[in-house]
Ligand binder design. Structure first.
Ligand SMILES: CC(C)(COP(=O)(O)OP(=O)(O)OC[C@H]1O[C@@H](n2cnc3c(N)ncnc32)[C@H](O)[C@@H]1OP(=O)(O)O)[C@@H](O)C(=O)NCCC(=O)NCCS
Length: 244
């Protein structure tokens, strides 16, 4: 099988196919982060070299994107998470600041090609590009795939759940660990999704008949529903990891 890494700017014709393959496995509500869509569009335009796709025999089977930003190297000075990193990268670019860190925003693999190490190839391609661009550090606000089964557990506790072999119980954290990454700590307000009760019902296929706190499939934290204000809010905690 022929494998090749390209950027979306090399092959804009692949955008539709790429979206179909790579968005299939995300819970719908996470695509409604209010701050993200406009900023994401700007980031893809400004940093196309960090928006990569893996082609296998000409078809998109995996992809990932990242943004360059400036970071002191102190865990306490990281942005709040995904939204914060995006805002920081765009503000830094606007201010003419020289970035020193690549922040990997998302990686996705076609459901039919998962468990074959493709995510690792995408991360490696992004790390290589960071090195080529002179960015000394690589960080990721990781969205652990298993965390949605433990929405009541704080991320700080989940972060410590290791197997006897020392690797994490979460498969997505393990992929980063096998590539040499270490855990820095929770990214407390990584993504924020708000919507009306009807929108949340549409996104999740669940009914929310009264004000309260709900467990929602695919959500890493609980969702707060306010029937009187007709608003549902979700604040997702991710986990900062740093690659060697
Ligand atoms: C998370 C994701 C990127 C991993 O990609 P991948 O190429 O399958 O990853 P790997 O082949 O390195 O597999 C890593 C581990 O995850 C496990 N895994 C992969 N896909 C899985 C699935 N659908 N269900 C359960 N486990 C899975 C693998 O078995 C492996 O576990 P191991 O450590 O015991 O060997 C992919 O599952 C995906 O696209 N998910 C949807 C999008 C997403 O959640 N992205 C991460 C947030 S940015």
């Amino acid at each position: 099988m022929e494998q090749r890494i390209i950027t979306t700017s090399d092959r804009p014709d692949l955008a539709a196919q790429s979206d179909e393959a790579l968005l299939a496995d995300w819970p719908e509500f996470i695509l409604h982060d209010r701050c993200a869509p406009e900023l994401m569009g700007r980031a893809w335009q400004l940093f196309p070299q960090f928006d990569v796709r893996l082609l296998e025999d000409g078809a998109v089977t995996a992809g990932g994107w990242a943004v360059p930003l400036r970071w002191s190297g102190e865990a306490g000075e990281l942005p709040d998470g995904y939204d914060g990193a995006l805002a920081s990268a765009l503000a830094g670019q606007h201010a003419g600041e020289a970035p020193d860190t690549l922040c990997v925003m998302a990686v996705a693999v076609d459901p039919g090609r998962q468990r074959a190490g493709l995510a690792g190839q995408v991360i490696t391609a992004l790390r290589d590009r960071a090195a080529e661009a002179g960015l000394r550090r690589v960080v990721v606000p990781v969205r652990p795939t298993l965390k949605s089964r433990y929405p009541l557990t704080p991320m700080a506790d989940f972060a410590r759940w290791a197997r006897p072999d020392g690797l994490h119980i979460d498969p997505w954290i393990r992929t980063h660990q096998r590539l040499g990454a270490g855990i820095l700590g929770p990214a407390p307000r990584s993504m924020i999704v708000t919507g009306t009760v009807a929108e949340w019902q549409d996104w999740t296929g669940m009914a929310f008949p009264q004000t309260g706190t709900y467990v929602v499939p695919g959500a890493l934290d609980l969702v707060e529903m306010d029937a009187e204000r007709d608003q549902g809010s979700y604040v997702e905690t991710n986990l900062w990891m740093r690659h060697a």
